[in-house]
Ligand binder design. Structure first.
Ligand code: APR
Length: 262
């Protein structure tokens, strides 16, 4: 299958060549070509009738922790079965030529598996479950779908009881930020610091509609830092960024790396 390619505008290449400290700010579109559905893609399969924005809430957890835990175990499996795409690998490769700091809204581990160091998971991580009461990190069993689990045998979303915290026996919850919850303070502060020190911000695959995360590229622009967007569609940030490239993460970012390598 021929690999799609894109010709990047000269201004984009110049900005990346001139910058030495680059922040990559990624959203769900970064992982779309790895087969991980974006947050606002229609839910598929058993969760088709569930709105992810309704499931990723404290109310849904309080109402039916086993449904929410089963959904997150399924999402962890989807991510575990996925592979970093050429966009993830290009960001990791860029770090051989520039100082690259990754700040992501994504809860998957695909940047890390491609070789990037992630400075901040603004919305937490699928792979850092914690106690829903005492917040102790949980490293025990029960954080993977049972061996031989066959989603095809289900006609309803699997309800799987969450494990109990080893410290206080309360239910363990996903280590992600739910709608309405505050972002982890340390993740937010690291992201603020990284954006403030950047000479260039690459925004990849985000609709730019969820705050406070979407405030970060806006701060960069207010600081006079150039912001280049890679998105297959117009986003809420497109009218404001320095340059917006209509390309996908897995096509545009390898082209950017090739240009830097010159
Ligand atoms: N390459 C680049 N961009 C893409 C690709 C792709 N292959 N596929 C989709 N996109 C773009 C879409 O055009 C859209 O602008 O990625 C963006 C995905 O937007 P969302 O689904 O809203 O995801 P995101 O912006 O990350 O959402 C932010 O909100 O839903 C909460 O916590 C959740 O972290 C998430 C946050």
């Amino acid at each position: 299958m021929a690999t799609e390619s894109v010709t990047l505008p000269g201004d984009v290449i110049d900005l990346v060549r001139q910058a030495h400290w680059i922040t990559v700010f990624s959203g769900a579109g970064m992982s779309a070509e790895s087969g991980v559905p974006t947050f606002r893609d229609a839910q598929t399969g058993l969760w088709e009738r569930f709105d992810p924005a309704a499931l990723a809430t404290v109310e849904a957890w309080d109402d039916d922790p086993a449904l929410v835990w089963g959904w997150y175990l399924w999402r962890m499996k989807l991510v575990g079965d996925a592979q970093p795409n050429p966009g993830h690998r290009a960001i990791a490769g860029l770090a051989d030529h520039r100082t690259v700091m990754v700040v992501t809204q994504n809860v998957d581990d695909l940047h890390e598996r491609a070789g990037s160091e992630v400075i901040s998971h603004l919305h937490g991580s699928l792979f850092e479950p914690r106690c829903s009461v005492c917040a102790a990190p949980y490293h025990g069993t029960g954080t993977r779908l049972p061996a031989g689990f066959d989603i095809a045998s289900y006609t309803e979303p699997p309800r799987i009881d969450p494990p109990a915290c080893h410290e206080c026996l309360s239910p363990v919850r996903p280590g992600v930020v739910w709608f309405g919850e505050p972002l982890p303070r340390d993740a937010w502060q690291r992201a603020e610091h990284t954006i403030a020190g950047s000479e260039l911000v690459l925004v990849v695959g985000t609709s730019g509609i969820v705050y406070p995360a979407a405030e970060l590229p806006e701060r960069a622009l207010a600081n006079g830092t150039p912001v280049i967007e890679f998105n297959i569609d117009e986003s809420a940030l497109s009218p404001y960024v320095t340059l917006s490239v209509r390309t996908s993460a897995a096509v545009g970012l390898p082209a950017l790396l090739d240009a830097v390598r010159g």
